[in-house]
Design a protein around this ligand. Structure first.
Ligand code: ADP
Ligand code: MG
Length: 260
């Protein structure tokens, strides 16, 4: 690869991705390149394929056509001897550690404390010793404002606190990109702000983020780019000042009129 190609290569590259469930084509040719440090907000109606798209980036969902690469590595496959081979589960798990994901419903391990939720992956993958993982986790919990909750179990925490633990957990493996799937949709309104504050901090630190959200104001504030998805295709994308303020496509306008 030449220096120019290197410089223009995205951290996440999605090319012509198609995905069907049964006979239903949910992703119908998605092309999206995300640069290092970029914050991309993905908007779109329910059922438009947003979660499926995120899951293809994180090896949680196979695709029928096209390709997804993260930092130059293909998702799901590797090139050996000039041919594509499906990755083994072990390698998928290893590569998945480079991609953080935060779900709508937190998905913390209920039987582990906040601290143990954060130390679990670095210890299990052998990335860190128990002592180092412990120290890192304390630092990350402090960063999301939960230093004093380290020994609490998820059921003892509010939704907003659980989601902040989930973000600390995603950060523990120092991922190259973090994917958020409607991170505040399951929260009571008064808890939304504390989670958005943490995501805003990550954005300001230059973390590469892909955020599926219905929080239009937040997208406008933190996103470098807004991508509007409908019916499994990208209908429109561009800077928030364009897509959210003066959308070109009628479907984008219709969607924004409903959520704003
Ligand atoms: P969004 O996140 O935009 O609401 P999804 O990506 O979750 O949309 O879903 C897109 C479409 O794919 C929906 O019609 C949904 O019912 C369908 N779908 C998603 N996951 C599955 C699955 N595992 N099996 C079958 N259909 C699915
Ligand atoms: Mg979804």
């Amino acid at each position: 690869m030449t220096a120019t190609q290197e410089a223009t290569r995205g951290l996440v590259e999605i090319h012509d991705v198609h995905k069907s469930y049964g006979g239903h084509e949910v992703l119908r040719g998605i092309d999206l390149t995300i640069q290092p440090g970029e914050v991309v907000a993905v908007l779109g109606p329910s059922g438009s394929g947003k979660s499926t798209l995120l899951r293809t980036i994180n090896h949680l969902e196979g695709i029928d056509r096209g390709s997804v690469t993260v930092d130059g590595q293909l998702i799901g496959y590797e090139l050996r001897g000039g041919r594509l081979h499906e990755l083994r589960e072990r390698e998928i798990l290893r590569r998945r550690t480079q991609i953080g994901i935060v779900f709508q419903n937190f998905n913390l391990f209920p039987h582990l404390t906040a601290l143990e939720n954060v130390t679990e992956a670095p210890i299990a993958t052998g990335a860190l010793s128990k002592e180092d993982a412990h120290e890192l986790a304390l630092g990350l919990l402090a960063r999301v404002g939960l230093a004093e909750k380290a020994d609490q179990y998820p059921r003892q925490l509010s939704g907003g606190q659980q989601q902040r633990v989930a973000i600390a957990r995603a950060l523990a493996l120092k991922p190259k990109v973090i994917l958020f799937d409607e991170p505040t949709s399951a929260l009571d309104p008064e808890l939304v702000g504390e989670v958005l504050d943490v995501i805003r901090d990550l954005a300001q630190l230059g973390t590469t983020l892909v955020i599926v959200t219905h929080e239009i104001g937040f997208a406008r504030e933190v996103a470098d780019r807004v991508v509007f998805v409908d019916g499994g295709v990208i209908v429109e994308q561009g800077p928030p000042s364009q897509v959210l303020v003066a959308p070109e496509h009628p479907r984008t306008r219709e969607f924004l009129a409903k959520v704003l």
